[in-house]
Design a protein around this ligand. Sequence first.
Ligand code: XIL
Length: 325
Amino acid sequence: EALGGKMALIQRRWFGHATESYTLEGDAPYAAIAGSVEFNRVTHENSLKWETVEPQPGVFDFTLGDKLIAWADVADQAVRGHTLVWHSQLPDWINNPTVPWTAATLKPILERHVRTVVRHYKGKIDQWDVVNEMFNEDGTFRDTIFYRLFGSDYARWALTWAHEEDPDALLFINDYNFEYVGPKVNAAAAFFKSLVNEGYPLGAVGAQAHLIVGQVDEAGITAGLQKFTEFGLLLYLTEVDIRYEINRGNDIANYTTSQVAQQAKDYYSVTKACLNVPNCIGMTLWQYTDKYSWIPGVWDGTGAALPWDVRLNKKPAYTAVYEAI
Ligand code: XIL
């Protein structure tokens, strides 16, 4: 009767959700489901990002991060760490420095950030998205402050620093559009293979899996995930949601029976794709309910992307995941 329990017991895999302590505190019915055996893993949706954790140079604030860790401990959920190095949600002092960054000035800042955060959560966070979204759609490296100054070496360094601080953590590079074979997946897989061959402590790939209703293909995703796992890496679907893009909004009540059934089919397909790949160790919903989904805020008119609706009722998508596991 519970997705996390089923994944853990039958498949020995993870089924997770993203949330925040302040969301849990304000909504008891929501928190009851979030803390139930539906889930055996949780991700901080925002509060471990650089702007929150190190708002001023060398001034670290783990208040929100620690609150969710304490909640996860009570709920008996493992924690994915999201995320150490990303071009988005950076603090202003990184984005707009008084003196422009050079490789020599930014490298120690990056090292301090990665080491301090991983050290703080050693033994509490066992999976880290060390680098997030480092690729463009054409497979080239994304042009960020880190890439401009360091080339792709920043990923090598961040993996090494994180591993030195917590050798037991499983280290990830995470990205979107990592689900289907194409230029991005091919280039990323080649880069990851070279990192592994060079001995860097990359253990897994995160495929965010922000998907679209009607565009989810089990065989296609299975093939995409296999690109990353054929040389030994583990794989995790880290931020799953499947949104409608037909401007009917965020309430599933506004969708037709066949549209609702299509989303359920798509949830079945993505779950099956993970289970088809032996190294795919789990999936996490990016919030479990439409009530708190980031989707409508970013793509106006779209939404209704999660297995639980805005009233916290389970949709056919929930049953589909349950049947797929
Ligand atoms: C999103 C959060 O859900 C929003 O609340 C926030 O405003 C922006 O970031 N890829 C990621 C996540 O790796 O960190 C993003 O989370 C969604 C896209």
